[in-house]
Ligand binder design. Structure first.
Ligand SMILES: [Zn+2]
Length: 485
């Protein structure tokens, strides 16, 4: 890649940031437009906004021609450059503007460019009959219309910039491209031809970038002032709990696990396979009733719960499959888990200082470890349960989709990855004047889509699987299955 030109750098918060990532190409392009260039051309946007496209382009044409006559050395019709002209030149330009247009055309900008700093501009365009809230409303609307660099409105503005640059003679264009430019103002946006012309206009306007001097102070002042003019317009999602059938479903789950437990105790209380499968199923059941009892349907915690229910289901299928080749798989699974507890217990023992109170009760863990760990298990190979392999396990038992579509998404919440943070903990401000920024949701307004339908479908898959080994009474089984829509 060739060295980046200064003009390709983005200005943000007083620093230049290199467009570092081609993946962000379009975002970068838009930021360069809306943050750095659009503020300079907002004055032209106001003409288009007030007079509409056809008449607006025509009036802009005369204003830009005049600007070029007055100051032939200007390379771009940037507002910072216009305000930088000496007073005589500004007088000449603005008196011409009020001759051919309504003098309140630029009045909204007097909110940002006041008498103390911009005397000539302010003298021509301050209009007390236009209420400040009206001026602000117009600025916001214009910002909204032109914010996206590929919008029709933005393309019209970019056409004007390009047109001015051509007046300066800095560029000679091939006739073919020149013809396109001449045709642009005459055609409606709905015209088929415009689908080809608009992208050409935009890419030609990009050339102008190379000429432009980035006026950091101007941009900083612009965004600083315009963002202070209005409050955040935060929006957030309020999802329903989607749990109308929860009472009945939970009642049925209770019956299912009560039935299984009674059978287990009566028939084969020492069978490891039954214990492991029922243990996994019961753990899923407990994660689900936690959601139910504490109304966690739309919470972050529930994403962690459903992720576990999915993982338990995959693990059950995996163990059943693995049993075909290793009949001690049930024991290995238990030893692997208790082995992990054993490591923690050892660390607690090794810690030399007194540890503060926490949710880990190492004395209790030690007891659980001792309940199971036996000399003969020490050399047991437990590598089948490596956490990293959950994806492979899912694929091997035909649950690639469950893993790929749901588990991976929930993992983002578990690991605090940005997608989850953005979705759950940040609100979007719907104001172009604030550059559509994000704001922390400290008031806890945002919730998430309910996990309840996934709880039912994954739990039903789990019960279906258990039912293959330990049949439930048919009527109970059928009633539970009805919930899965
Ligand atoms: Zn805001």
């Amino acid at each position: 890649m060739s060295e980046n030109k200064l003009s390709e750098h983005i200005f943000k918060k007083g620093k230049f940031i290199t467009p570092w990532n081609s993946l962000l190409g379009d975002v970068t392009k838009n930021q360069s437009w809306c943050l750095n260039r659009f503020p300079e051309y907002l004055w032209l946007s106001l003409i288009l906004y007030k007079y509409g496209r056809k008449k607006g382009l025509e009036k802009s044409y005369f204003v830009l021609k005049k600007l070029h006559e007055i100051s032939g050395e200007l390379k771009a019709p940037a507002f910072s450059l216009v305000l930088g002209l000496n007073e005589a030149k500004q007088n000449e330009l603005f008196s011409y503007v009020v001759e051919i247009m309504d003098s309140n055309v630029f009045t909204p900008l007097t909110l940002l460019y006041t008498y103390s700093e911009n005397r000539v501009f302010s003298k021509y365009f301050t209009d007390m009959t236009m209420h400040p809230s009206k001026r602000q409303e117009i600025l916001t609307k214009v910002l909204e219309k032109g914010y996206m660099h590929q919008s029709e409105f933005a393309t019209d503005i970019r056409f004007l910039v390009l047109f001015f640059t051509l007046l300066t003679g800095t560029y000679g264009l091939p006739k073919q491209e020149l013809d396109l430019i001449l045709e642009y103002p005459k055609l409606e946006h709905s015209d088929e031809k415009m689908r080809i012309i608009r992208p050409s206009i935009r890419s030609m306007e990009m050339m102008v970038l190379n000429l432009e001097i980035l006026d950091v102070t101007f941009l900083e002042n612009f965004w600083g002032r315009i963002s202070k003019m209005s409050d955040c317009k935060l929006f957030f999602m309020k999802w329903p709990e989607n749990n109308e059938d929860a009472n009945r479903y939970v009642e049925l789950l209770y019956e299912v696990f009560q039935y299984y437990t009674n059978c287990f105790i009566a028939v084969n209380p020492l069978d490891k396979k039954t214990l492991v499968l029922l243990g996994l199923g019961t753990y899923s059941y407990k994660r689900i009733i936690e959601i139910y009892e504490h109304n966690l349907y739309n919470s972050i915690a529930a994403r962690s719960s459903i992720r576990t229910v999915i993982e338990n289901y995959i693990m059950m299928k995996y163990l059943i499959k693995a049993e075909e080749s290793q009949d001690d798989i049930w024991e290995k699974y238990q030893m692997y888990g208790i082995g992990l507890y054993k490591v923690v217990v050892a660390r607690f023992r090794d810690a030399e200082k007194e540890l503060p109170d926490s949710h880990v009760d190492y004395k209790y863990l030690e007891m659980l470890v001792n309940e199971m760990i036996d000399e003969r298990y020490l050399d047991m190979d437990t590598s089948y349960f490596d956490k990293q392999n959950i994806r492979d396990k899912a694929i091997s038992v035909g649950q690639k989709e469950l893993f790929g579509l749901y588990y991976d998404y929930d993992s983002s919440f578990e690991h605090g990855l940005w997608g989850a943070i953005r979705e759950s903990s940040l609100l979007k401000c719907d104001s172009p004047a604030h550059q559509y920024h994000c704001v922390p949701d400290y008031e806890n307004k945002q919730n998430l889509k309910s996990v309840w339908p996934d709880c039912i479908s994954t739990m039903n898959s789990t019960i279906k699987l258990l039912n293959e080994f330990f049949a439930l009474p048919e009527s109970l089984f059928n009633e539970v299955m009805k919930f899965d829509k």
